[in-house]
Design a protein. Structure first.
Length: 252
């Protein structure tokens, strides 16, 4: 049986999906809120996560971002929100597919199996956060406990906001973090119209870290969405063998 997590606030729908999928070889676990779903996703191993966007306590987009900050587990997003912007945001945040409601169970099963086939050989990702709270990506080491950052072993002087921005980018390295998410985490407030505060802090971070490492751009701008810290920075020699990339894997 393949373990599958369904995060949806409709208990009847979860039960119906479990009844349909279990004869097809899936062992289904359900979570009815965003917070419960994220906790369940991070505490056990699943071959596939089915995620609704409209959830209580925490939106599905926030759950997806939390999942992608640590896991490579394939995610199939379900939503009655069919606007193009919702589909684009879901896919940019790391969803493997986006299925609008209502849908047929046969189509759902076909999409789930297609995702599993595509992701069967997905590369393993390992966490870069050690037991002492350090995050290491490429030549950057961030110590969350001491709130210090070193680049190539040299201590950098960052403002509190710059530290918060970098911490969030490193935790989600390889995946897009929206400007709104950065504002809430780093500034403690939502963005306002024509607000460029996040962009200014990103510009300062690029200057202090260096725009590139080993020929690769460190922090990439994703137009009209947000930013991405590249996690596949290439190292050479012994460094490439010891470099720790972010995230722990759900693959067995």
């Amino acid at each position: 049986m393949r373990p599958l997590l369904v995060i949806d606030d409709d208990n009847e729908f979860c039960s119906m999906l479990a009844d349909y999928l279990e004869p097809e070889g899936f062992a289904v676990t359900s979570a009815l809120t965003g917070v419960e779903g994220l906790e369940q996703a991070l505490s056990a191993e699943y071959d596939l996560i089915v995620l609704d966007i409209n959830l209580p306590e925490m939106s599905g987009f926030e759950v997806l971002r939390g999942i992608r900050s640590q896991l490579d587990t394939p995610v199939l997003v379900l939503s009655s929100r069919t606007a193009e912007v919702d589909r684009v945001v879901g896919l940019e945040l790391g969803a493997d597919d986006y299925l609008p409601k209502p849908f047929s169970l046969r189509e759902f099963l076909a999409r789930a199996r297609a995702i599993l086939r595509r992701t069967e050989d997905r590369p393993v990702r390992k966490t870069c956060r050690s037991s002492d709270g350090k995050i290491v990506v490429g030549d950057i080491e961030l110590d969350a406990g001491l709130r210090t950052v070193c680049c190539k072993g040299k201590r950098l002087e960052l403002t509190s906001v710059e530290f918060n921005v970098l911490e969030m980018l490193l935790q989600a390295a390889g995946h897009i973090v929206t400007r709104e998410q950065l504002a809430l985490h780093a500034l403690g407030r939502p963005l306002t119209a024509y607000d460029r505060a996040v962009d200014v802090h990103l510009s300062n971070l690029r200057r202090k870290l260096g725009h590139k490492f080993a020929g690769n751009e460190r922090i990439k701008t994703v137009r009209n969405i947000g930013y991405l810290y590249a996690r596949t920075l290439e190292l050479s020699g012994r460094d490439s063998e010891s470099a720790r990339l972010p995230f722990r894997s759900s693959r067995r």
